[in-house]
Design a protein around this ligand. Structure first.
Ligand SMILES: [Zn+2]
Length: 500
């Protein structure tokens, strides 16, 4: 035994917030022992078991040394095992099994299996970006994660599959020779062929509502028995592609969720959790450091089918991300934030009766059923009925035709909001709607009289002004007039005029 000290780097993720961590190992001669410092207490025992077993199974004898490995800053509160590889190599380098200078200044990511295999980790995209941002360009990752890691500009990605292989390559100095070379990217990314709006029979009012929702980023509530799910699934197809920054955010969320294979690339995501989903599946989990459905819908569409069937915690919990664009999850004594700026599509049948059963509900029953959505409905500015209709011959308008109008409207709004932090009409604060972005006086007057007659609440007033702006953008006008305000009121009431 010659060396007594070694250091290397890894990355710990807290929410989507990656931190480069220093890993240092000290070895003193003596009976074989491994101490881990700076890990959450519950993680120490399993981590030590994985490391010892992996070393043994890689054909390397555990050196006769008492080794202390520390992580700093301390990684709270969950240790997701991504630092296993770095901890192990630091310990081995301190004992002189591998040359310490070949692990210094490099970042190692990977969870060890008991048999010495190196398992893929979640969140490799944000982790590698953090390493490169910290000036640490060479990143050793599990082979399955290499294509994802290589998406980070400037990263030198070295894929590995087994601990024994890493030890051999560090000893003979060939680790970097196996740098990952990503395949040439294809020249253009076409929109994936998906379901088309032309397939949805009839439902003119709901199709129009969907278009306004897409053009302004407004939430949508569909009521009745009808093709609500078909419409929701077609919403991403009429939204503009994501910008570079938004696409990166979305890709990192899918990486952390361990669902990179389902990442939507340049297009807005759609996430439709089932009503039996747990709150952790919907909002995310601190203990698992895993984002939930509201974040998998970030910059895209969150669809809740049969919304009143969801539990109250799920429904009420949505109001905060709807207001702030992020979700806060608490657990293990901490709060973690994940981005969650989505367009919500809710649908509900008119009453709780199972499909096909004759309905005997009273108006009170129906009101009680929809009352479960009490916190959400006031936040939803657009409402439309759906029904199973005969298309009456001839297909409806295609997604491509609708998307053309949506993109044009978004461009108008984008120009107007260019110097602001907001991208869509739905995001513009109420104050700005009175000052920088004021509608025609007649339009404001019409909505104000709706407040006076009790049709609209004071909180609902700015929501309808935002929709009026979107209607103006769709028809290419400079600002909303009285017709746009009237159109917003119609969308608020729903075409069947039920109101709220
Ligand atoms: Zn009923």
């Amino acid at each position: 035994m010659t060396t007594a000290y070694a250091s290397t780097r890894s990355v710990a993720l807290v929410g989507l917030d990656p931190r480069v961590v220093d890993i240092e190992a000290d070895a003193v001669p003596g009976p074989a022992e491994l101490h881990l410092v700076g890990l959450p207490e519950l993680s120490v025992w399993p981590a030590r078991a994985r490391i010892r077993s992996a070393i043994f199974n890689s054909g390397t004898a555990w050196p006769d040394a008492k080794v202390t490995v520390s992580i700093s800053p301390e990684i709270p509160p969950v240790y997701d095992a991504a630092a296993d590889l770095a901890l192990t190599l630091a310990a081995l380098a301190a004992c002189g099994v591998v040359p310490p200078e070949r692990i210094a200044g490099r970042v190692f990511l990977g969870e060890l299996a008991l048999d010495g295999g190196i398992c893929p980790i979640r969140g490799v995209l944000p982790a590698v970006r953090a390493a490169v941002t910290a000036g640490l360009r060479t990143v050793v990752v599990p082979a399955d994660c290499a294509p994802e890691a290589a998406q980070v500009p400037g990263a030198v990605v070295v894929p590995v599959t087994r601990l024994g292989e890493v030890i051999d390559r560090l000893r003979n100095g060939t680790l970097d020779a196996y740098r990952y070379r990503p395949p040439e990217p294809s020249a253009t990314v076409a929109r994936p062929p998906g379901a088309d709006l032309a397939d949805v029979p009839g439902n003119e009012a709901a199709r129009r509502a969907l278009e306004v929702c897409a053009a302004g980023g407004h939430h949508l509530f569909l009521t009745g028995d009808g093709p609500a799910t078909m419409l929701a699934e077609r919403l991403p197809g009429i939204l503009p592609p994501l910008g570079v920054e938004a696409a990166r955010e979305v890709a990192e969320i899918y990486s952390l969720a361990g669902r990179s294979d389902r990442a939507p690339g340049a297009f807005p995501p759609l996430c439709a959790p089932h009503h039996t989903s747990t709150p952790a599946a919907i909002f995310g989990s601190v203990a698992a450091n895993r984002p939930g459905a509201v974040s998998l819908a970030h910059r895209g569409v969150l669809h809740l089918a049969d919304a009143p069937e969801f539990g109250r915690p799920a429904l009420d919990g949505l109001s905060r991300p709807m207001d702030t664009g992020e979700v806060r999850v608490t657990g293990l004594g901490r709060t973690v934030r994940y981005p969650a700026r989505f367009t919500l599509v809710l649908d509900a049948r008119r009453c709780p009766c199972p499909e096909g059963r004759e309905c005997a509900c009273t108006p009170v029953d129906r009101r009680r059923y929809l009352h479960r959505l009490a916190l959400l409905l006031p936040r939803i500015a657009i409402r439309a009925p759906v029904a199973w209709e005969n298309s009456g011959g001839g297909a409806g308008e295609s997604s491509a035709a609708v998307a053309t109008r949506v993109v044009a409207a978004r461009l108008r709004a984008g120009h107007r909001l260019a110097e602001t932090p907001w991208r869509t009409n739905a995001e513009v604060p109420a104050l700005e709607l009175r000052t920088s972005f004021a509608a025609e006086p007649e339009a404001v007057e019409l909505l104000r009289s709706a407040v006076n007659t009790g049709l609209l609440t004071v909180e609902g007033f700015p929501r309808l002004l935002r929709v009026a702006w979107t209607l103006a953008d769709l028809r290419g006008a400079d600002r909303p007039g009285v017709d746009d305000a009237a159109g917003a009121l119609e969308l608020w009431k729903g075409a069947d005029g039920e109101g709220r």
